[in-house]
Design a protein around this ligand. Structure first.
Ligand SMILES: Nc1ncnc2c1ncn2[C@@H]1O[C@H](COP(=O)(O)OP(=O)(O)OP(=O)(O)O)[C@@H](O)[C@H]1O
Length: 339
């Protein structure tokens, strides 16, 4: 194992979106064009000289659930707004369904929920969608509103006034709106906000079945456990750039969990950090970036520090995310750093 690698950081995942083709749409001469629904090449947006999105490269294949992760202020919403033509990029390019943006016609095939939509509170959920359907392109079929309500898990409350809806129900109505025109791609900014666990489970099933039917789902979320279960691939952004991309399971790594008495924790941390990346995990454990529990056991035992438990396990996406987006893992984890 590479001992200088922070805990949980990607082993095989791509560290950047370097498969962006020379022509910007994934085509390389002599090769078959990959099917991509979303592509960004050097996409940037600055506000008053400060970069919100900074040369972002991204390639999202069709018919998958794709997680777009990053800390607060890392540029996720701004990227989505650029993809929807709501914000003009400062530089760089983007394509949706292979068509260069801005592309007003192409937007008809895109569903989106970027911020909580404003619904008429005195109308029912169903009526709100029917009214909103009058604007924009015609619906694909007569059952489109009912189908979208069903897909968003709202059928049982569809005829209640929106003012009686909980936040999670309003969120689901926003999702129904995004799905109403059978889009080929949906962009969802924090779609699980306000949903209770049952609603989140239903949401996961809905997203899965959308992807199985050919729709590309591109969503941002801070709920990393859900993302890990739901997404086929994820991109992690920090300061407006993609810092890692790949399948969630490739972003995790073997780690050693060491459970200790509180009195031993500081000494154990110092001993282990001299050789391995180390992170505090909960009140009684350390996560050590070593694939070998014996080496950890030996190091502690030689110094007379005895652990309650030493177990090799896999880190989760949250650990990988923290390592990729904070300096904490690097401080503890860089075995080559001067001490
Ligand atoms: N209209 C604007 N004017 C000035 N600065 C902006 C504007 N919109 C976004 N920003 C800034 O751009 C940066 C990226 O913001 P953005 O909303 O895209 O981040 P985010 O990753 O979606 O964050 P969060 O997870 O909190 O939703 C932030 O520093 C934000 O303050």
């Amino acid at each position: 194992m590479d001992e200088s690698r922070p805990i949980g950081s990607p082993i095989t995942c791509r560290k950047d979106a370097s498969n962006v083709g020379r022509d910007g749409v994934g085509r390389r001469r002599g090769r078959k064009a990959p099917v991509e629904t979303i592509r960004c090449a050097g996409l940037s947006k600055s506000y008053g000289g400060a970069a919100a999105v900074d040369g972002l490269d991204l390639a999202v294949g069709e018919a998958q659930v794709y997680g777009f992760l990053g800390p607060n202020g890392s540029g996720k919403t701004t990227t989505m707004r650029m993809l929807l033509g709501l914000v003009r990029p400062t530089s760089g390019r983007a394509w949706l369904n292979g068509r260069a943006l801005p592309d007003p016609d192409g937007l008809a095939r895109v569903g989106a929920m970027i911020e909580e939509p404003a619904f008429h509170p005195w109308m029912t959920g169903r009526r709100n969608l029917e009214v909103l359907a009058l604007h924009g392109p015609p619906l694909p079929h007569t059952d489109a509103v009912a189908g979208a309500l069903e897909n968003a898990g709202l059928t049982s409350v569809a005829d209640r006034k929106v003012k009686t809806y909980s936040q999670g129900m309003r969120q689901r109505l926003g999702l129904a709106l995004a799905l109403m025109r059978d889009p080929s791609v949906v962009l969802l900014d924090e779609p699980m906000n306000g949903m209770d666990p049952a609603a989140v489970r239903e949401f996961r099933a809905t997203m899965r079945s959308l992807a199985d039917r050919g729709t590309t789902v591109f969503l941002s979320s801070h709920q990393l456990t859900e993302v890990e279960q739901l997404c086929d691939r994820v991109a992690v952004v920090a300061s407006g750039r993609v810092v890692a991309e790949g399948r969630p399971r490739d972003m995790t790594a073997a780690v050693v969990r060491v459970v200790l008495a509180p009195a031993d924790r500081t000494e154990a941390r110092t001993l282990l950090a001299a050789r391995f990346p180390v992170r505090d995990k909960g009140p009684d454990a350390l996560l050590v970036g070593a694939g070998d529990g014996r080496a950890v056991n030996e190091l502690l035992g030689r110094a007379g520090v005895w652990a309650h438990q030493i177990r090799v396990e896999r880190s989760d996406l949250e650990d990988a995310f923290l390592d990729l987006t904070t300096s904490d893992g690097e401080v503890a984890g860089d075995a080559t750093a001067p001490r």
